[in-house]
Ligand binder design. Structure first.
Ligand SMILES: *Cc1c(COP(=O)(O)O)cnc(C)c1O
Length: 386
């Protein structure tokens, strides 16, 4: 019997559509071949206009973590004060990146993992003393929590308009409502999450204000990730700084084409509907959701094992893998207490049904008493309601 690869249901990478794989497999040409320069140019234009950016979009080879570093060093100058809001592992990673630089960093943490720092807490902190830059994680992938970004930005515009805002949108961009005209200065993501391409590209949107801030700053100690070096390339894709990842750029062009075909607003709605269906199905099986419903992310879910249920985390996830779905461990504080599912990008009803079915079979094969089909029947009904 053919052994299929398991479904990639971790929070990145996500399932890569055949047409995106094909784009990566094309014969490589030079980055300055006019055909490549034209494709790259239209990609940058699409990213800039789709997300209503008054500055420019950057596409640079590297992972999301590179995009995080690039996002902050270009808008925070030496000695400036940076407030990081952390809802978990990736928020703490951003605080760590900032702490290594020559800025003064404070890490405002959520009350506990599974909760979010509130807009009021941010307002209070920024009113207490002057900060130059605020950093938040839109969807915290370690806890499945969505930061109330729209509400935050409306507060920021009225109460703290001079503070620049940098957002880690790695697990949200392309799946969760957001436009640059909410007032964010730097938004960032990478290729392997909601865009559904393979890992390899960092993507950033910088507002005009962010670009002006960079222009006002001296030479950065970081060379590769300097906006001043990449901006001329993004404005004229015939220019050179570091060799663009030709085949990954084609893959990303195809990922964006798919997004345009679906429509951003439809895609945002679909992610919310799928997330709701997954969580309801998991609850029906007996799992407990790690994040409160009002802040549960549209793109990633943390499901906890019920108390005293005896679930062995490593062997259970191994059983789910054997049944056909690769799900992720919980990091940090939640390690061993449950699992994470990435439900981002180019997924569909087939994938959702197979995911829930794999989890049910893994429960049954591992000897946990669940009702076969309990989650599946919920998923079927939810899919019919969409
Ligand atoms: C995945 C992720 C990152 C890190 O991205 P890499 O590509 O692994 O470097 C950062 N922030 C969030 C919110 C993520 O989900």
């Amino acid at each position: 019997m053919i052994k299929r690869n398991p479904l990639v249901m971790v929070p990145g990478p996500t399932p890569v559509a055949r047409s995106i794989q094909d784009a990566m497999g094309r014969e490589t040409i030079s980055y300055n071949d006019p055909r490549m320069a034209a494709d790259f140019k239209s990609l940058i234009e699409d990213l800039t206009s789709l997300w209503r950016c008054d500055g420019i979009a950057f596409v640079v080879a590297g992972s999301g973590t590179m995009a995080m570093e690039m996002g902050i060093v270009n808008v925070a100058d030496e000695g400036e004060r940076v407030l990081v809001c952390s809802n978990g592992f990736f928020g703490d990673r951003y605080a760590d990146i900032c702490a290594r630089k020559h800025f003064e960093t404070e890490n405002l943490k959520s009350a506990k993992w599974g909760k979010s720092v509130t807009v009021d807490e941010v307002d209070a902190k920024l009113s207490e003393k002057k900060f130059d830059v605020l950093v938040v994680t839109h969807v915290e992938t370690s806890t499945g929590v969505e930061f109330p970004l729209r509400e935050l930005m409306s507060m920021m515009r009225s109460e703290h308009p001079d503070v620049l805002v940098v957002v880690d949108g790695v697990a949200s961009m392309g799946g969760v409502e957001f436009y640059m005209d909410w007032g964010v200065d730097v938004m960032l993501t990478c290729s392997q999450k909601c865009f559904g391409a393979a890992p390899g590209l960092g993507v950033l949107w910088a507002s005009r204000r962010a670009l002006e801030k960079r222009e006002s700053m001296p030479l950065l100690t970081e060379a590769y990730i300097d906006f001043e070096r990449w901006a001329p390339v993004m404005r004229d894709t015939n220019r050179y700084w570091g060799t663009p990842a030709v085949n990954m750029i084609w893959a990303f062009c195809e990922a964006v084409r798919i997004i345009k075909e679906e429509g951003l607003e439809n895609r945002f709605k679909r992610h919310r509907a799928y997330a709701d269906a997954i969580r309801e199905s998991l609850r029906a099986i007996g799992f407990v959701m790690g994040a409160d419903e009002d802040i549960a992310a549209p793109t990633v879910t943390v499901a906890l094992y019920p108390e005293n249920s005896g679930f062995d985390d490593v062997s259970f996830r191994g059983a789910v893998y054997d049944e056909g779905a690769h799900i992720a461990a919980c990091p940090g504080n939640l390690s061993g207490a449950g699992f994470r599912i990435g439900h981002m990008g180019n997924i569909d009803a087939h994938i959702l049904i197979s995911l829930v079915a794999s989890i049910e079979r893994a429960c049954l094969k591992s000897g946990y008493k669940i009702e076969p089909g309990a989650g599946l029947s919920v998923m079927q009904r939810k899919l019919m309601d969409m």
